[in-house]
Write a protein that binds this ligand. Structure first.
Ligand SMILES: [Zn+2]
Length: 167
């Protein structure tokens, strides 16, 4: 018995194997396809990202975030994601995503250095909890791959370039 909640023709919400709810492909999504544009109100955190529940926001510049509308809060993080955020807030498939597969993106690739943000990740299973943080804590090979493929937001491209030049 499924508990899915319908969000249109591309994806639906259901329980995630990582815990809590997640968003799953309703149709085959080809690598490179745009999945959606993450929507909500623009906010300027004054006390840092910790002011918000991290899954409720998407950073779009050093100073601004989108306070996501409910349906966009359920895309989970994975360190081995099949989607990413490009432009300002466009979710794009970076792998082919099969029907029923959970749609995830790497939150760390959207979070600027020195934000102080951290999250426990269970993407490899409930018994393999590891901590993720901002982009500068990601493996350099992964940052290079995201940068070379332009799998980063506009604001993150020069940041990634700086990180790559420093290493
Ligand atoms: Zn992980």
């Amino acid at each position: 018995m499924r508990n899915e909640i319908d969000f249109g023709s591309t994806y639906y919400m259901d329980y995630s194997p990582m815990g809590g709810l997640g968003v799953f492909a309703k149709r085959f999504i080809k690598q490179g396809d745009e999945i959606c544009i993450m929507q909500g109100d623009i906010v300027k955190p004054t006390e840092g990202l910790d002011e918000y529940i991290i899954t409720d926001i998407l950073q779009i510049s050093y100073s601004y975030c989108i306070f996501l509308r409910a349906e966009y809060r359920y895309f989970n993080h994975s360190c081995n994601a099949n989607a990413t955020i490009i432009d300002i807030a466009t979710l794009k498939a970076i792998k082919d995503i099969n029907i029923g597969e959970e749609i995830t993106y790497n939150y760390a690739m959207t979070v600027s250095p020195n934000s102080g943000w951290k999250m426990e990740c269970k993407c490899r299973g409930e018994n393999d909890i590891h901590t993720i943080s901002s982009i500068d804590f990601e493996p350099i090979s992964k940052i290079r791959n995201y940068y070379n493929n332009k799998w980063l937001q506009y604001y993150m491209m020069p940041i990634a370039n700086d990180i790559l030049n420093l290493k």
